[in-house]
Each structure stands twice: as C-alpha cells, then as structure tokens.
Design a protein around this ligand. Structure first.
Ligand SMILES: [Fe+2]
Length: 415
C-alpha cells in the first residue's frame, strides 16, 4: 500500500465537490494560519523559556516548534516533493517523537538538554519547511493533490494538538519557578455557564464515532452502535466552589473515596488540592497562564487527575460519564461548556472501537499504539485551537496526569 493510500485511510475522505483550483488556495490559507499560530503562541516566551523541560511528560516549546515541522518534512515532503532538500540531517533524530518506523530518536526525558539548534535556527527550519510545503501545494500535479492535502490536514491537526501542549507544558515549567511567571498577564480563566439540571438519556442503542465527511483521527472510527442509558448527565461542569466543598469535607484525606492506585499516587505526591493550587495567606490561589490568581469559585475546576475526578464523583454519590454517554448527551446540544473550557474525564478506558484498524506504516503509530492504560477525555479546553475538536474527538491521558486543562462533569443513574 502506498503512503498516500495509508494516509487516506488515516483521515476520512474529503467531500468531492472541490473548487476549480482543487482547493489549493484554501489549503494554503489553512496551512499558513495554523503554522503562524504556533509562532504566535511561542512569541511571548524567551529563548530560555523555550528550552526548559520541567518533567519527562512535558516538552520544551522549541521542541514543539521543531517537531511539528519535522512531521511535515518526514511525512509530506520526503515522500512527495522530489526536489526537497532536507534542512539538517540531524533533526530527524532530535525531533522524531515516538515514530519507531520513522527511525531512531532522542530520548524523550532529555529534550530539555538540547540547547542546539537554538530558537533562531528552529525558526529558520520552520520557514524552510513552510516554503517547501507551500511550493508543493501550489505546484504539485492535480492528480497528486488529494493525497497531499490529506497529509497536510494530518500535519495541521497534529500541530494543533501541539499548540495546546505548548501552553500546558510552559505552565508546568512556570510552576517550577518560585516567582510564578505569567505567560500572558491579561489571560482570563474561562467562566462556567452555570445551569443546573441534567440531560436524561433513556435506555437506547446509539451510534457513536465519526461518520460522514470531514476530517477525523483514526481512533474516532469506525462509528458503531452501543447501548447507552438510562443515565443522567449534568449540564454543568464541576466548579471550584464544589471542589472546595470536597476539600473541606476531607475528600483528599478519605481513602474510601479513592481508587487504590489513586490513593497511592495522592499519598506519594501529597495531593491536597488540584494541580497548581497554593494556599497564600489562608486563601487558595492557582497558577494560571495569567500568573498566580485567587481561585474563582465559579470557574470550572481544572488540573485534576482522573483519580481525583473519580474520587470527587464517588464523594457526590455519582460517577463520571462513559465516553458514549458523553457523546450522546453532547449530540443533544444541551450540555453546557462541552467545548472550550476544560477537557472532561470520562470513566472509559482508551481502547479501540470495534473494528478499529491502525493504518500501516509510521503514521499508524499516531494513536493506535497508545490504546492501553489511559482514560478518555471528551470535549476540549480553552487552549484547544479553534476548529480542532469535535463531538467524536477522543483525547486520552494517563490517570495521574494533572498538567493538562482537565476537569469533569458528573453523571448519575436515575432512581
Ligand atoms: Fe507529535
């Protein structure tokens, strides 16, 4: 199978009604917009900020900028642009993340030790690849355009995922700095829409997963039928005010509320509040992208692990929705803040949908090989780029992870 055919498998086919130029202008525009946004996100950061790796799970900003560029070089330009000149042969080793089939790579926990290339050279690398991609999109033969556009789409979705990581990772780096720097002093926490009540889903068979035209990741397919309900899903996200009540009630000190692994993790790390919360003069504050701020009781709780979300739900006598319950409820349009506030933990393990097949080759490593030991998050956060997430989107992280913009909503079984 050709690379293009594998890529076509990876992303759902686009609608066939293309404009006269085959969609080249629109694709160029989308490419420039996404690539520019990465640079805009990095712009407030100094070169020193961009080199730091504060933990093995987080990556330096400079690495994100280079890795997303390598992705286009490796998966688009090398197979499809015969005249492409590789910017620097060493970069494939430095900036390949986890694609075993794409060759050997630098150890992830040591990304922060790579001081060369510097940020200026990474900017030149980005410009070099941008120019080559734009040339390819503009001048490739018409019969190759669809295949090239599909790979560009993958590259752009991939880069958008890294755009959110630029923010989550720099916030973690700043959390290690006693002066609590602000990424953007004007940043404001998202306010929650506060509507009480639930979406009641009677028992029924529903189709979940991606269907129809438009882009999606391979892990969203195949669409399939599943039994859902009866269940009630809260319209609203859990807020800091509710979380403070959990804390006051001894939530972090009551082992019966916790999964065994969660209690072990919370005990080992001394958790007594969500990630980045600090008590200052008797009041809870949280390190945000805007610096250290007093906790807003009305804002959705953020930076909680799956373990904490699960313990909170147990404390309330509820549970987390499954990803199918979440998706069916979100389809009704009645969930508040499903998108754009905080990712929502579900109780679903990240596993393949029935009939899932990872694409052959290196790009098949994108999602499929991570389908064990992680939990699914649904929705999106305030840091998720516009147009990136969708109803069927499946995010996934390890249960102890707290550095993402993660919160929860509750579910309940009807009496
Ligand atoms: Fe990546």
């Amino acid at each position: 199978m050709t690379f293009a055919a594998r890529a076509a498998q990876f992303f759902k086919s686009k609608p066939t009604s293309a404009p006269a130029d085959g969609g080249r202008a629109a694709q160029l525009d989308a490419f420039r917009k996404v690539r520019r946004h990465t640079e805009e996100l990095a712009a407030p950061l100094t070169p020193e900020d961009q080199v730091v790796q504060s933990m093995p799970d987080a990556s330096p900003t400079k690495w994100h900028r280079a890795h997303t560029t390598w992705f286009f070089e490796q998966f688009l330009l090398l197979p499809h642009a015969p005249d492409y000149r590789v910017f620097d042969e060493r970069f494939a080793f430095l900036f390949n993340s986890y694609y075993v089939a794409a060759g050997p790579r630098h150890e992830r926990p040591k990304r922060g030790l790579v001081t060369r290339p510097g940020v200026a050279e990474v900017a030149t690398y980005r410009a070099h690849v941008d120019q080559a991609v734009e040339r390819l999109l503009t001048s490739c033969p018409a019969d190759q355009l669809d295949d090239i556009v599909r790979i560009v789409d993958i590259g752009l979705s991939h880069e958008q995922q890294h755009q959110e990581l630029v923010l989550t990772d720099i916030l973690h780096a700043f959390s290690q700095n006693p002066t609590a720097p602000a990424y953007d002093a004007a940043w404001q926490a998202p306010a929650a829409t506060r509507r009480d009540g639930t979406i009641d889903l009677p028992e029924g068979i529903h189709t979940i997963g991606h269907q129809g035209s438009g882009c999606c990741f391979d892990n969203e397919r195949p669409a399939h039928r599943t039994l859902v309900g009866p269940v009630r899903i809260a319209r609203a996200l859990v807020t800091n005010e509710e979380w403070l009540a959990f804390m006051r009630d001894g939530g972090y000190r009551t082992p019966t509320l916790w999964l065994s692994d969660g209690w072990a993790q919370a005990s080992a790390e001394g958790w007594e509040a969500p990630g980045y919360w600090r008590e200052v003069d008797g009041a809870w504050h949280s390190l945000t992208l805007g610096g250290l701020r007093s906790v807003d009781p009305q804002a959705p709780v953020c930076h909680i692990s799956y373990y904490e979300a699960d313990a909170f739900a147990r404390w309330r006598g509820r549970h987390l929705p499954s990803e199918a319950e979440w998706e069916v409820a979100a389809h009704t349009g009645e969930l508040d803040d499903a998108f754009g506030k905080v990712w929502q933990w579900t109780r679903s393990a990240y596993s393949p949908y029935p009939g899932f097949r990872a694409a052959a080759g290196a790009l098949g490593e994108y999602n499929g090989k991570f389908m064990v030991n992680q939990m699914v998050l649904r929705g999106s956060s305030f840091a998720t780029p516009e147009g990136h997430a969708r109803l069927t989107y499946r995010n996934f992280f390890y249960p102890p992870a707290r550095w993402q913009f993660t919160g929860l909503r509750l579910a309940d079984f009807p009496d």
